[in-house]
Design a binder for this molecule. Structure first.
Ligand code: ADP
Length: 405
């Protein structure tokens, strides 16, 4: 089965084509036949497209940054035309899997997309205005270019759909519960993939493990996983809660917002912009949302970069502590995504606080670009793994499972 995966961001669009043959899913993550990424965050009016194939073909060019459906059409063209061609016609694609950020209360697992599902994704845009409309545009673009093909929505909230009430419900008025104002949690596709992957790598039964997964990318969140289910997570009603992130604040005292709204010149939109785009590493350092640049500036003695790094680590430790309490213990700590996979200093600083548990990192293993390996010492009481998250592969697997049923 050839499965196309679509993963849209605010100014980017990623897509991969996987082929799954045989009657069972492979144990190791498959490499895509083709992968494409379009990014239009840097240049006004222009976008950069990068395409790679499993046979080593590469394409990199600038294209006009049109609408998302136009950009998707351009990406799809590279699947069956030119040097990156991997199929002879788009009709060879059997199904399309989409990452959909918010499934709300209605969608607690992946679903085959129907008109009703599209309606629900559109309605849930109230809860995820920066994400769900993008996901819907992707679904409609596929209808436009591939006609009546089977499409599956894989939700970032689904893995957290069974949080206990005590973790999911905010201690506001009870009406909030009735209005759907509660903790949903995000990055679920990645947290679930990492939990399953560590259980497989360590040859352990997922149901017997207490795991904390740290997804540290541009967006950052933790999940506490017990019996294979997420029982606590740091993101909340929206992806703004919890840890300090690249340009998002994470949790702040809500009274700060009330205070600012009462000052001249502040509006809800301005606060939205400050909290989502002008905070976090970028807001504190004044340099960048990118951890690499923060590390470089900190090493040159830049005091605000040092402060940004310190707050990031402080918050990470603080929330690992919270997850630990919910799990009542810990077997495995996982680091994943851009920072989690590539920043040994962040991993070491986070782990140092938990030495009292008997958690011990092997400094050599930590420093040497670990991928899907255990970086704890043999006698550490907690295994620590760096896992390369494979959200697109997880979406392809879900799509396959659902359509095979
Ligand atoms: P997204 O959350 O957008 O999917 P990623 O998971 O790819 O993003 O994470 C991107 C972030 O990872 C970058 O902004 C950067 O902060 C961080 N990052 C990537 N490579 C490194 C590295 N070698 N060292 C430290 N941080 C890195």
């Amino acid at each position: 089965m050839k499965i196309l995966v679509l993963n849209g961001g605010s100014s980017s669009q990623k897509s991969c084509l996987y082929e799954i043959t045989g009657e069972a899913l492979p144990e190791e993550p498959s490499q895509p036949l083709w992968e494409a990424k379009v990014d239009w965050s840097h240049h006004q009016g222009m976008a950069e497209i990068e395409v790679k194939t499993s046979t080593g073909q590469r394409l990199q060019e600038e294209i006009p940054a049109g609408s998302r459906p136009e950009i998707i059409a351009h990406m799809l063209d590279t699947l069956w035309h030119g040097s990156t061609q991997v199929i002879s016609h788009l009709s060879e694609i059997d199904a399309v899997g989409h990452r959909v950020v918010h499934g709300g209360k209605d969608y607690r697992e992946s679903v085959v997309i129907t008109e009703d599902v599209k309606g629900a994704i559109a309605r849930l845009a109230d809860l995820a205005p920066a994400h769900n409309p993008i996901n819907l545009e992707g679904i409609e673009a596929i209808e436009q270019h591939l006609g009546n093909i089977s499409q599956v929505a894989v939700f970032d909230t689904a893995f957290h759909a069974h949080l206990p009430d005590a973790a999911a419900i905010y201690p506001g008025p009870y009406e909030w519960v009735e209005q759907g104002i509660q903790r949903y949690g995000f990055h679920g596709i990645s947290h679930q993939y990492c939990a399953q992957r560590v259980a497989h790598l360590l040859n352990r039964d997922l149901a017997s493990l207490r795991i904390i997964t740290c997804h540290l990318g541009n967006g950052c969140s933790l999940a506490a996983i017990k019996d294979g289910h997420s029982i606590e997570t740091t993101m909340g009603f929206t992806p703004l809660d919890g840890l300090m992130m690249g340009s998002r604040s994470g949790a702040v005292d809500p009274s700060i917002l009330i205070y600012l709204l009462r000052q001249p010149g502040y509006s809800a939109d301005k606060l939205d912009n400050i909290l989502n785009r002008g905070s976090g590493l970028s807001g504190i350092s004044g340099i960048s949302n990118d951890m690499r640049q923060i590390q470089a500036a900190k090493n040159q003695g830049h005091s605000r970069a040092q402060l940004a790094w310190d707050i990031y680590v402080h918050r990470l430790r603080y929330y690992i502590g919270a997850m630990l309490a919910s799990l009542e213990g810990l077997d495995i700590l996982v680091f994943t995504a851009g920072v989690g996979e590539n920043a040994p200093d962040i991993r070491a600083a986070a782990c140092e606080a938990f030495a009292f548990l008997g958690l011990q990192l092997d400094p050599e293993k930590n420093i040497h670009k670990p991928v899907d390996v255990d970086i704890a010492t043999p006698n550490s009481t907690v295994r620590v793994l760096v896992i390369h998250t494979e959200e697109d592969w997880a979406i392809a697997q879900e799509t396959w499972r659902l359509l095979k049923k």
